[in-house]
Design a protein around this ligand. Structure first.
Ligand SMILES: [Zn+2]
Length: 410
């Protein structure tokens, strides 16, 4: 009965799909249709996760001629054996957890979200309960950040140290000529080592991109990051460019390893061990932001003047782009939320947010607004949202105006 009903539903879905190509949908209806299809995909993934452990347990996959449960699932879902093994592992993890069973029964989890939540369950008892409330609100990047935090909390000082040693042993920089032209490279290194260099590369890249965009270029930050890297190598190092910012809580700093619910990360890089972070103490122009409960203190070395309290508090508050569900941590820009900078917006903390470039553009040129208070921001679309093409044109126009303003001077 249940199976017949399900089959009937799939039949309905197929016939809808058949009609999709004959429809001439308006843009908004096409978008909504995609959103519903995505919802169906989640429902499908949840059903697969709920029932596949049973098929593996009773061995009925062999009736279809498959040697293992993973082979069967891979064939049925059209995924690789390793992806199927991962999915099965997550599904059997979910079998042990009532809250996960409940979320799956509601069809709330995509297969990749289930995978992340199941990883949380494997890290700590009831770990899934910490991650699950973030699903649907946070981006995949934020979910992975939270997993990194959870792993860091369970790691002893020794394990954290061993982990860094492994990274150090595996450090490399490889480059080769691509057969179709150009040099391709890949590198792997310690986070603290990279933190000495990354802020210079990032700030130079952003400056180069800004200048190029004014001249009408729309090349990505990745492209200018390459230019910045080559420039800096030519100049023989980072020089007196901005330093890394380390954000850590007082308890983790005291005990030398990550405290439960603690923070230890390098701004724009990610979660690091307390050992790696403290290694940067007293380094040239590295700035430390220490959170002690709700208090925020800064520890800066002598070569850098203490930044404005507001800027420090802003960095501590907005670890990632403030738009809910974005999670971008690279190249964040400071936005004057209510009153635009050009109109002398006051630089007070509650008027400032950190946004990624994309969301900054949507807000400045696309009419989107950010309302509420940190960390419960609401991202409000305008009454008549604009297309991506309109926003790109508006950005170019604003760049041209800014350039004219610069040239004419005050
Ligand atoms: Zn964003």
């Amino acid at each position: 009965m249940f199976v017949d009903e399900l089959e009937g539903l799939v039949g309905q879905g197929r016939s809808l799909l058949q009609r999709t190509k004959d429809q001439c949908l308006r843009p908004d209806d096409a978008r909504r249709s995609v959103e519903w299809f995505a919802e169906l995909e989640k429902i499908g993934a949840s059903g697969v996760a709920l029932l596949s452990p049973q098929v593996v347990a009773d061995g009925s996959f062999a009736k279809e001629g498959h040697g293992t449960g993973a082979d069967w699932l891979g064939a049925v879902t059209g995924t690789s054996p390793s992806a199927a093994r991962k999915a099965l592992k997550a599904a059997s993890m979910a079998e042990q957890s009532p809250v996960l069973q409940e979320a799956l029964a509601k069809g709330e989890l995509s297969s990749s979200e289930l995978d992340l939540v199941a990883q949380a369950a494997a890290i700590a008892p009831k770990g899934e309960e910490r991650l699950l409330p973030l699903v649907g609100k946070a981006s995949p990047a934020e979910l992975r950040d939270e997993l990194s935090n959870m792993r860091a909390e369970t790691r002893s000082k020794e394990v954290a140290h061993e982990r860094r040693s492994r990274v150090h042993r595996n450090r490399h920089f490889r480059w080769r000529q691509d057969p179709s032209g150009g040099i391709r490279g890949e590198f792997f290194c310690d986070e603290a080592a990279w933190a000495r260099f990354a802020p210079s590369v990032e700030s130079r890249a952003v400056a180069l991109q800004k200048e190029a965009h004014r001249l009408g270029s729309d090349e990505s930050l990745d492209a200018f990051r390459m230019d910045a890297l080559l420039d800096l190598m030519g100049e023989g190092g980072a020089g007196s460019a901005p330093g890394a910012i380390v954000l850590i809580d007082a308890e983790s700093l005291r005990q030398g390893s990550m405290a439960p619910g603690g923070t230890c990360e390098i701004d724009g890089i990610g979660v690091v061990s307390v050992e790696a972070a403290t290694e940067l103490l007293g380094q040239g122009n590295v700035q430390f932001i220490v959170k002690d409960g709700v208090d925020i203190r800064t520890v800066t070395s002598a070569t850098r003047t203490i930044p404005k309290r507001v800027e420090t508090a802003l960095i501590a508050r907005d670890r990632v782009c403030a738009v809910p569900g974005c999670g971008a941590r690279h190249g964040l820009q400071i936005d004057h939320r209510d009153i635009d900078f050009a109109d002398d917006g006051p630089s007070e903390l509650n008027n400032l947010v950190r946004l990624c470039r994309t969301h900054h553009d949507l807000k400045t040129h696309g009419g989107f607004r950010l309302e509420g208070e940190a960390p419960d921001w609401k991202w409000i679309p305008p009454a008549q949202p604009k297309s991506a093409g309109y926003i790109a044109r508006a950005r170019r126009l604003a760049a041209i105006k800014a350039k004219a303003r610069d040239r004419d001077g005050p």
